[in-house]
Design a protein. Structure first.
Length: 495
């Protein structure tokens, strides 16, 4: 604990964002470059080095937060990077994309603003690359065992890196033409620029991990054939089966799933397209769904110069402070948060008929109306109560010539044939069933990440990848020294 009074004398200060008018004209990350390092040592000083650090329990990775906070406050960046990477393969990803449940569990957050754990993590991760502290770690010897990992999202990449470092020969199979899963084609570059992903992939290649892109297991190669080629298989395909909105008018043109829309804008950034065929430019856009994916659509549509953008959230607007009776510390509270995309929509007034930040809360879609050519032109909605029952007299209509559905995902997509070819047992909610060792009903086949857990956060995805790697290592060798941060049955802290 470098400064015993730091939490009393230093106020919370976060990484500043670039001005809205500047950042919506490009696809670069929203934060001011270089503005984090001058403040981060003082912010790390606010950590109290608690005897029982609940930030550990709030983070499924078990990140050693007080330790690397203390090291950062002393500006020992190498040691801080070592402690950070001891529990997290990809801290530059979580430092940008994770909603930071660790901060909700910070003991200081009981009665003060929490330590800026996420910002400290990001600073350490970036400094590690700048200073050369993230060099490849190839294994000293090979085990002679082979593993196929299906999916190159955070779960698949974490599992592959852990197993490669343990000495196994690992090949990652990815159905898309580039690696990264949703980090590549789902997450917009203004949240995380793709060079962070490329840099980590380069490290993994140098360590010996093999990658096979544009290969759909179940279609381009049979699932049984793949299983026969390898000593073990890890399924980390994510939860890509999107939820539908069954209302009248859904068949109209111009209504798209968020994950039909976002990948195309990311492909423009990759140089594959000059302009997205689903561009929001000049359109009145309505986003149905109040989560992070909806916010990603919002920020993307703003940058594409939509005529207007409105986001519908079926839940009531949360309060600005934690409700201690419903969501007491250290659980992750549902409070009003202003993401970068919502800040942009507020300042640019993209939704004149909505609340200040483009969101309409407690709003449910009733139906869509179209023109004579079968294209959507308006969305009809109603306000709802806490039980999602329509409130009489609250119906209204929004202009909408483009609608994006961001309603979440129910489990892995089964169209490629992987699940059926392996005859995997499924849970009633649509996810892959597994036992306490991450093993499916098929010997040698393991399942991890959103495909088995269900839709979750990136920090849980990485924890799943690390944990399934340990399980596979034990299956192949009889024991393992790899860490197991979570079990398949662990869940976020709730009341």
């Amino acid at each position: 604990m470098a400064d015993p009074k730091g939490f009393m004398t230093t106020p919370r200060e976060e990484w500043p964002r670039r001005p809205v008018e500047e950042r919506v004209r490009d696809w670069d990350e929203v934060y001011v470059p270089g503005a984090l390092l001058p403040i981060i040592s003082r912010q790390a000083d606010r950590c109290m080095d608690c005897g029982v650090p609940f930030c550990h329990d709030a983070c499924p990775l078990g990140n050693l937060i007080p330790e690397w906070n203390d090291l950062v406050s002393r500006e020992d960046w190498r040691a801080a990077a070592d402690r950070l990477h001891a529990t997290n393969n990809f801290p530059e990803f979580t430092g940008r994309l994770c909603p930071a449940p660790c901060e909700a569990g910070c003991v200081l957050a009981i009665n003060q603003p929490a330590v800026t754990i996420k910002n400290v993590e990001c600073a350490v991760a970036d400094r590690a690359w700048t200073e050369g502290f993230a060099s490849p770690r190839p294994p000293e010897r090979l085990s002679g065992r082979t593993v196929a990992v299906i999916g190159s999202g955070p779960t698949g990449l974490a599992a592959a890196q852990q197993l490669t470092r343990a000495g196994h020969t690992v090949a990652v199979y990815e159905k898309d033409d580039r690696l990264g899963g949703l980090m590549r084609y789902g997450i917009p570059a203004f949240k995380m620029e793709k060079h962070h992903l490329e840099r980590r992939l380069g490290q993994m290649r140098a360590e010996g991990t093999k990658f096979r892109t544009s290969v759909t297991v179940g279609r381009d190669i049979g699932a049984a054939e793949l299983r026969a080629r390898y000593d073990a298989v890890v399924i980390a395909t994510g939860a890509t089966a999107w939820r539908e909105l069954e209302v009248p008018g859904r068949e109209l043109g111009g209504i798209h799933q968020a994950m039909e829309y976002l990948p195309l804008s990311n492909r423009v950034g990759e140089g594959d397209l000059e302009r997205s065929p689903l561009s929001a430019a000049g359109r009145h856009v309505v986003i149905v769904g109040g989560g992070d994916t909806g916010a990603d659509c919002l920020g993307t549509a703003v940058r594409e110069r939509a005529a207007s953008v409105t986001q519908l959230d079926i839940y009531a607007q949360p309060g600005a402070e934690r409700d201690e009776d419903i969501e007491p510390w250290p659980t992750y509270p549902k409070i009003y948060r202003l993401s970068a995309a919502h800040e942009e929509a507020r300042d640019l007034e993209t939704a004149p008929d909505a609340h200040a930040d483009a969101r309409l809360f407690a709003a449910s879609t009733l139906r869509f109306s179209g023109d004579g050519n079968g294209r959507v032109r308006s969305l009809h909605l109603t306000e709802v109560d806490a039980a999602r029952r329509p409130l009489q007299g609250t119906g209204r209509t929004l202009p909408a010539d483009m609608v994006l559905l961001a309603l979440g995902f129910s489990g892995p997509d089964r169209e490629d044939g992987l699940i059926d070819q392996l005859t995997l047992t499924m849970e009633p909610r649509g996810t892959i069933a597994r036992d306490a060792q991450f093993a499916t009903n098929v010997p040698g086949v393991f399942a991890a990440g959103d495909a088995a857990r269900g839709q979750s956060l990136i920090v849980w995805a990485i924890a799943e990848g690390r944990a399934v790697a340990a399980a596979v290592d034990r299956y192949l060798t009889g024991s393992s020294r790899l860490p197991t941060p979570i079990s398949p049955y662990d869940r976020p802290m709730t009341v």
